[in-house]
Write a protein that binds this ligand. Structure first.
Ligand code: MRU
Length: 343
């Protein structure tokens, strides 16, 4: 990730001298701050407050949180339980914790497990870029939602990887960025990343998707994922599902870019995916200023589930898979893996 066009490179989250460092995503795009977290409780709170967010980035933060717990002599199982209680929807949180705990059981340190996970996360994103590049054609208009960029992973991003690869191949295209109420990950983070990359874009309100698709102004919808059930039903940021329905209604391909670590083989379909509800204030207030009348309640659903039949394909590190390919892979998954619950 290049900051302010300078050669300084930052990851979203990393470990340095037994301190977890991460970009404070609440401060972007106006301030680029790096926070230093010294114990597992700090990491858990950073995940809960969305100081760090995006499924693979949350997973890496939790993995590093376990490395911190190990360095401080904190009980690893208790640390893992605390981290598992932070955000319920994204599968990478649970797969990352399981992976580090398995590494520890196998005789490695939590630190080694976390570092390996972070390296693999980047490699998976680069592979997603190589596979997804062919979908991004010259002159295309692409609609995205939320932020599935470098900030949502250790580096590189999922949606951002094919965009960057296509740009590096000399293709020009345009990205409509859905602002993503209420936390505005599109307007604040995706717009910032696209600007850093020099990719032409415009922010639209979430409700503009219908108009854009109806006018024929979108050639491809490309989003990330928080959890993919074994049948291909996919949870992603609230507002993703309506875009998928609109895309199908207008004959526009709808792709999900995600690593295989986002697949929950234990979830048969989308109904098994827990949907996080966040504090009402995120909707009722903007920058601390109340916008709804006093006494008004809000329901702040953080994610929705897009049924597999609306998804054209998944851009993964293994290649571009159809929902039916996922179902075939599930049949080849050992029962033990399928049964493991992520809560
Ligand atoms: O609530 P957030 O910001 O953590 O939600 C993030 C998303 O919905 C992303 O699209 C998803 O995590 C994929 S990130 C590669």
């Amino acid at each position: 990730m290049i900051v302010d066009g300078s050669p300084r490179e930052l990851k979203t989250v990393w470990l340095e001298d037994d301190v977890v460092k991460m970009i404070d995503q609440r401060a972007l795009p106006h301030d680029l701050r790096v926070l230093e977290l010294r114990d597992v409780e700090d990491v858990a709170r950073a995940i809960e407050t969305m100081t760090i967010r995006g499924a693979p980035a949350i997973g890496a933060a939790a993995a590093y949180g376990l490395a911190l717990a190990e360095a401080r002599g904190t009980d690893l199982r208790r640390a893992a339980d605390r981290l598992r209680r932070t955000r319920p929807t994204g599968q990478d949180l649970f797969s990352a914790i399981d992976r580090v705990m398995r590494a520890v059981e196998g005789g490695s340190s939590a630190r080694e497990g976390a570092e390996a996970l972070a390296r693999e996360d980047e490699e998976r994103c680069r592979a997603i870029g190589r596979h997804g590049k062919r979908l991004i054609k010259e002159g295309m208009r692409i609609l995205t939602h939320c932020n599935a960029g470098a900030l949502a992973t250790v580096d590189v991003g999922t949606v951002m990887a094919p965009l960057r690869a296509a740009r590096d191949a000399g293709r020009e295209f345009f990205v409509y960025v859905s602002e993503t109420r209420p936390r505005l990950q599109g307007a604040r983070l995706t717009a910032w990343e696209l600007g850093q990359e020099g990719i032409d874009h415009a922010v639209v309100v979430d409700g503009a998707a219908g108009l854009l698709l109806q006018r024929g102004d979108v050639d491809l919808v490309l989003v990330g994922a928080d959890r993919i059930a074994a049948n291909g039903d996919t949870a992603n940021k609230i507002g993703t599902y309506p875009k998928a329905v609109l895309a199908k209604a207008h004959g526009v391909p709808f792709y999900v870019a995600a690593p295989m670590t986002t697949v929950d083989w234990g979830a048969r379909n989308g109904r098994a995916i827990p949907i996080e509800e966040r504090p009402e204030e995120e909707i009722l207030e903007v920058d601390g200023v109340r916008i709804a009348p006093k006494g008004t309640r809000a329901r702040n659903f953080a994610f929705d589930v897009t049924p597999a039949r609306f998804i054209t394909g998944f851009i993964t590190e293994l290649g571009i898979l159809k929902p039916a390919d996922l179902r075939k892979r599930r049949r080849g998954t050992p029962r033990r893996t399928r049964a493991r619950t992520s809560k």
